[in-house]
Design a protein around this ligand. Structure first.
Ligand code: HEC
Length: 162
């Protein structure tokens, strides 16, 4: 049986398009992930959210990035601990993250303003990258009130003058 040429052209187009689609989507995700990694590096998220990152001069393997830290930051606000961002991202949707990051006001020394100022595209890239690292459990201590002395190591920020 002879297939009319115009059907062959249509068939060819369908095969051609479906073959390139997944490749394009995959390429886009990889670009998003690379951009997200770049943002994490230049915005300094590892400085606090990766244990040992700043004191080692950034020599912590990527597999251990953003798992939170039990080094406390103590000041007039109490003692805060950088959260495990990989678990955090693992528990919310991309859209929830974008909404939350635009308005969040965490306690010091978290630079909430850095996240608030990011474009939606940058926030989506950040999400894609952190998600790609995988959610790994690593508990960090809970917030302590100002009058509680932390049992973990902590960095003391100056108290306001009395
Ligand atoms: C100077 C240290 C520091 C840097 C740099 C930093 N964080 Fe944080 N981050 C913290 C601390 C401490 C907390 C916990 C604050 C609290 O308990 O309210 C926190 C909390 C958070 C939270 C939870 C906010 C919430 O709703 O409770 C998110 C999300 C977050 N950081 C993301 C980031 C990202 C993304 C970056 C890089 C752009 C970053 N952080 C850079 C210290 C830091």
């Amino acid at each position: 049986m002879l297939i009319p040429k115009r059907y062959l052209v249509v068939l060819g187009l369908i095969i051609g398009i479906s073959a390139t689609l997944p490749v394009t989507a995959k390429g886009e995700i990889e670009t998003q992930i690379a951009k997200g990694k770049y943002l994490v590096e230049i915005a300094g998220c590892n400085d606090c959210h990766t244990s040992g990152y700043a004191p080692s001069g950034g020599k912590i393997p990527e597999s251990q990035w953003l798992l939170g830290d039990s080094l406390g930051y103590r000041g007039p606000w109490g003692t805060t601990y950088p959260i495990n961002l990989r678990e955090y991202i693992g528990e919310i949707s991309e859209n929830e993250w974008v909404k939350e990051a635009k308005v969040l006001k965490a306690m010091p020394p978290m630079p909430s303003w850095a996240l608030n100022a990011m474009s939606e595209n940058d926030l989506r890239a950040l999400y894609a990258y952190i998600k790609s690292l995988g959610s790994v459990k690593n508990e960090v201590p809970s917030f302590l009130d100002p009058d509680v002395v932390p049992k973990t190591p902590y960095i003391q920020w100056p108290m306001p003058p009395k």
